[in-house]
Design a protein around this ligand. Structure first.
Ligand SMILES: C[S@@+](CC[C@H](N)C(=O)[O-])C[C@H]1O[C@@H](n2cnc3c(N)ncnc32)[C@H](O)[C@@H]1O
Length: 281
């Protein structure tokens, strides 16, 4: 569009460019503009007649969004647990339902204890960061097979001043863990290899999404490893159709408690299990 234009005019232009790509083009156009200026809705209302002189970068943002790139990757920020984290391509964009995983853990542990947690598949680091904020005496080891994800996690750990309590390691599942552990937490990849996904998901790393042919292979491998090492507590997000197989895998083990939980849409989304004879390995 020709320069200069007002914010109001720019929104109309951007909404047109997003027509047929996103469900609410005008809202998306406003969100793009707010993210670009890092401002809220009130600011936008107050400045709708302000002139924009150089719209070239904004135009690039609209083009990226029109190509289905998620807004979070475009602006480099994501909101999780009411806080703002760094994000970029290379790590999964944290999803709201993963906040439930955090809540389940907080209900199952003693906040005063000096626990050692391992987060398998730390991604952008949001889960360990929020847990560390709520569990002031706990220490965390965040593992990932993606060096790109580990570097994004490190940025978030530094942003929240938690580098003393969250250590990062490159590794496959628990292979790099040799010390005693109290709890494992994970939001592993759990989508089936042949699943047909929305176009925006093509921007996210495949290794963060796909858990194998059936989808639950990574979850099951991790569960077996946790059981073999008799790690006392394991909390894990799963796919909506994976509950029965998890129950079957746990049927031969002495369980103190096993709770499955649902997401906001009512689908099975995770479980937290405490082993009866669990012990730090
Ligand atoms: C679904 S993402 C979760 C990221 C982050 N914890 C969150 O909840 O937003 C899964 C993460 O697991 C990592 N991952 C996949 N397979 C793994 C494996 N075998 N060992 C360690 N990490 C793995 C991926 O690289 C990705 O960062």
């Amino acid at each position: 569009m020709s320069n200069p234009c007002t914010l109001k005019e720019w929104i109309v232009f951007a909404a047109l460019a997003l027509e047929g790509v996103v469900p609410s083009p005008r809202r998306e156009a406003e969100l793009l503009l707010r993210a670009f200026y890092n401002e809220d809705a009130l600011w936008l209302m107050r400045h709708e007649d302000t002139l924009l002189h150089d719209t070239s970068q904004l135009y690039e943002w609209v083009q990226r969004r029109a190509a289905h790139e998620p807004l979070e990757y475009i602006c480099g920020r994501v909101s999780f647990y009411s806080q703002e984290f760094f994000i970029r391509r290379g790590a999964l964009i944290p999803r709201p339902e993963t906040e439930l995983l955090i809540e389940k853990i907080l209900l199952h542990v003693n906040i005063e204890e000096n626990l050692t947690f391992v987060e398998v598949g730390i991604g952008s680091g949001v889960v360990s960061v929020v847990l560390a904020q709520h569990l002031p005496h706990a220490r965390f080891i965040g593992v990932d097979i993606s060096t790109e994800a580990l570097s994004i996690a490190q940025q978030n750990i530094d942003k929240f001043g938690l580098s003393e309590r969250i250590e990062l390691r490159y590794g496959n599942l628990l292979s790099c863990i040799t010390e005693p552990v109290d709890a494992v937490v994970s939001n592993p990849p759990y989508i089936a290899a042949d699943a047909v996904l929305e176009p925006n998901l093509s921007y996210e790393p495949e290794q963060a999404l796909f858990g194998g042919k059936e989808g639950d292979e990574t979850v099951q491998k991790l569960l077996r490893e946790v059981l073999r090492r008799r790690i006392p507590l394991f909390a894990c997000e799963i796919g909506y159709d994976q509950k029965q197989k998890i129950e079957a895998s746990l049927s031969d083990f002495k369980i103190q408690s096993l709770e499955f939980y649902k997401d906001y849409a009512g689908f099975d989304r995770g479980f937290i299990v405490r082993l009866e004879d669990g012990a730090k390995q």
